[in-house]
Design a protein around this ligand. Structure first.
Ligand SMILES: [Zn+2]
Length: 333
């Protein structure tokens, strides 16, 4: 009986210890999904926003003014592609150029609804509420709510010319390709994480792990989502491998992760990509998870323990301790 009693005490102590380890103090996110949803409405109020258009110029002004009103320094990075002047929007805190996290989204929209079932509609431009609008909205709300203590570690980049691939000889992801090509080697090495959000606003959001992303970053983000009870949206399975704005970063050896709905929603690249397909709830979930991730990433300097399942750690520590205790107690009798 005495042995059983001691074993019971040991197990209780152990579970208390484990519970305390799991209940780490987590940053409480301030991300507001309604604000992010309003930002989708505001972008869509300019109409379709393809590269080189007047609508995109007006939207860029709206984005830049908002970022500046939250205290960020905005720089416009111009480049010319196939005789079109394109512009990436770059926001930094205190003019810092050594931020360790790059947050990215594209703010342009596809010039033609190439997935429209009706042939006559295929040359019309899409509104891009989810595809373009949602990622930009997440970054705008993060710019508003991120704690000041982490802002100098953040660079926000809204890419132009992501979504014109296959139209009139255009390639995909021109803005991010240009941005990465302009980084010198010191700057490349100072980026520990590039986080991309693209098509993250759907009412019925489903975010499996994108196939080409850096797994240590994915593990960190999906683990936070799980702890915040959003494992039903941050699904722990592998989705598609997508050509998106994180690719130039990966190609340059920079850790990068793409948060993107997969399979793509039915209205993808059609005239039906309108604000009613998105919800404040979905935006708030993605934004809150990223807010916590950013705070934790900055606090941990972007280093993560090796990807060993928790049970393995538990077995290594618990099993020998348990055996030693039982042997000790039996000998004592
Ligand atoms: Zn697209």
């Amino acid at each position: 009986m005495r042995v059983l009693g001691s074993v019971a005490v040991f197990i209780i102590l152990l579970s208390t210890l484990t519970a305390q380890t799991n209940a780490q103090i987590m940053h409480i996110p301030a991300f507001d999904g309604d604000n992010a949803y309003d930002c989708i409405l505001n972008q869509c109020s300019f109409g379709p926003r393809p590269p080189g258009s007047e609508n995109l110029t007006l939207c860029r002004l709206y984005i830049s003014e908002n970022l500046e009103s939250f205290g960020w320094n905005v720089t416009l990075q111009n480049f010319t592609y196939r005789e079109t002047i394109c512009t990436n929007i770059i926001a930094t805190w205190n003019s810092s150029i050594n931020a360790s996290i790059v947050l990215g989204a594209h703010y342009d929209t596809r010039p033609e609804a190439s997935q429209e079932p009706d042939l006559l509609n295929r040359t019309k431009p899409i509104l891009g509420a989810n595809d373009g609008g949602s990622g930009t909205a997440i970054l705008m709300e993060l710019a508003r709510v991120l704690p000041e203590s982490v802002r100098s570690e953040i660079e926000i980049v809204l890419f132009d010319a992501e979504d014109s691939g296959g139209i009139n000889g255009w390639e995909w992801i021109r803005g991010s390709t240009y941005y990465v090509a302009e980084l010198n080697s010191t700057r490349r090495e100072s980026i520990s994480a590039m986080v991309l959000v693209d098509m993250v606003g759907d009412n019925d959001l489903n975010l499996p792990r994108e196939g080409s992303s850096t797994s240590s970053l994915q593990n960190a983000i999906w683990s936070i989502a799980g702890q915040m009870a959003h494992g039903d949206i941050f699904v722990d399975s592998v989705g598609g491998s997508i050509i998106d704005d994180h690719r130039p970063f990966l190609d340059a050896g920079i850790p990068a992760v793409d948060l993107i709905q997969y399979p793509f929603p039915e209205y993808w690249h059609t005239l039906q990509d309108t604000p009613d397909k998105c919800s404040a709830e979905s935006l708030e979930i993605v934004g809150s998870v990223l807010e916590v991730f950013i705070v934790e990433h900055v606090a941990g300097n972007g280093t993560y323990p090796p990807d060993v399942p928790y049970l393995v750690y538990a077995a290594i520590i618990i099993v020998p301790g348990f055996i030693i205790l039982v042997v000790y107690l039996y000998r004592k009798q």
